[in-house]
Design a protein around this ligand. Structure first.
Ligand SMILES: Nc1ncnc2c1ncn2[C@@H]1O[C@H](COP(=O)(O)OP(=O)(O)OP(=O)(O)O)[C@@H](O)[C@H]1O
Length: 354
């Protein structure tokens, strides 16, 4: 069991009337890759700035190894912040950029050289050590910024949208690389991102922020499989929502068909609800009476080998998304306009208040 490195206890940050961060409590573990995820304005950067020490909380406490660091200035925290813009020194080489922080600490030259060489090798830039930042690609610059932050061996590295400046393909590669580097160094990473896919790929745990409040915190699997409410379900991945009404022990869709699902205790017969099912949980041609819908294909597209179908159905005002693997779609020559039946299990159904 890994121990807690950082505890946020009821952190609040007010800017005048606005509560940019509102009563956030979180424990972040040693060696964890932690993502703060939320839409623009949800308070992610404000929270990160307080962890770095650039802003002080209006109330609440930040504990590192059990010691309150809420009022400790940035340069006295064992914490490093990597900005989205990287802010590399343009007149310095890659090696000089990486060495800079160690020189500020006035470490012996031999130790600086050793640590810089080791870092260049880890970030695979040894061959470009004498280049200037302007002679590097976006991905290489990003690695220099990471090397410069890691070479100081902080307990905690904070990264603000670290892959924000990269194109989609490079982002995908760098997500895995960042995770690999974090693993190699065993340093706790806290990454701010508004990209849910990125958070799901990289993080050990994710905290979803909404309007300054912590909505849910959990592993990517927990967050994807058991979203706490409709907002979280909609924010992460794609979710089909079917309007329904609570009947004794089950739900009825708007056309009267039965939806079997584990019901939250606070829903009573007669209440309006939403049944939610992920597109990859829908299966073709299930003729069970419960958890079944018929629809007309309004659009279809291949994503790699997966086939995505949009179905117009009587049970939802929005198209129902179905994601079929190549195996599941094999032998079905689908076409737009065709009628299909899909079903799903009660176990894969989440129910939220409407
Ligand atoms: N210095 C400030 N003064 C006043 N309001 C601020 C200040 N900094 C942030 N805010 C406000 O606090 C809220 C949260 O901002 P924050 O930058 O933390 O959001 P974010 O989730 O990081 O968004 P983004 O993804 O767009 O960077 C926003 O409404 C923002 O306008």
């Amino acid at each position: 069991m890994t121990s807690t490195l950082l505890s946020l206890a009821n952190i609040e940050k007010r800017f005048g009337e606005l509560r940019a961060v509102n009563g956030v409590s979180l424990d972040i573990r040693e060696n964890e890759f932690f993502a703060l995820l939320g839409a623009s304005g949800s308070g992610k950067t404000t929270l990160l700035r307080m962890l770095a020490g650039f802003d002080m909380p209006s109330s609440g406490h930040i504990l590192l190894d059990g010691h309150d660091i809420s009022q400790v200035p940035p340069n006295h925290r064992p914490v490093n912040l990597m900005f989205q813009s990287y802010a590399l020194f343009p007149h310095m080489t890659v090696a000089q950029n990486i060495a800079y922080g160690l020189e500020m600490e006035k470490l012996p030259r031999t130790e600086i050289n050793e640590r810089v060489d080791e870092m260049l090798s880890t970030i695979q830039l040894t061959h470009l050590a004498e280049r200037k930042p302007e002679q590097l690609s976006g991905g290489q610059r990003q690695r220099v910024a990471l090397g410069r932050a890691l070479v100081k061996r902080p307990r905690l590295l904070l990264l603000d949208e670290p892959l924000g400046a990269l194109d989609k393909k490079l982002r995908g590669e760098m997500q895995l690389e960042l995770k690999h580097i974090q693993n190699t160094f065993g340093i706790t990473f806290i990454v701010v991102t508004h990209d849910q896919e990125e958070a799901l790929v990289m993080a050990d745990r994710i905290a979803i922020l909404k309007d300054g409040e912590l909505l849910q915190c959990g592993s990517p699997h927990e967050i994807y499989e058991y979203p706490v409410n409709r907002f979280a379900a909609d924010f992460i991945g794609v979710m089909n929502f079917l309007p329904a009404r609570v009947d004794s022990g089950a739900l009825r869709a708007v056309n009267g068909s039965r939806i079997a699902a584990p019901l939250p205790a606070d829903l009573k017969p007669g209440d309006n609800a939403l049944a939610a099912v992920r597109p990859e949980r829908l299966r073709l041609g299930v003729a069970d009476a419960d958890n079944c819908l018929n629809g007309r294909i309004s659009a279809m597209a291949y994503h790699g080998l997966d086939l995505h179908l949009h179905l117009e159905t009587p049970v939802s005002p929005h198209p129902v998304m179905v994601r079929l693997t190549a195996d599941a779609a094999e032998g079905h020559p689908f076409s737009v306009g065709e009628e299909v039946s899909v079903g799903w299990s009660a176990r894969d159904t989440r129910v939220f208040t409407a």
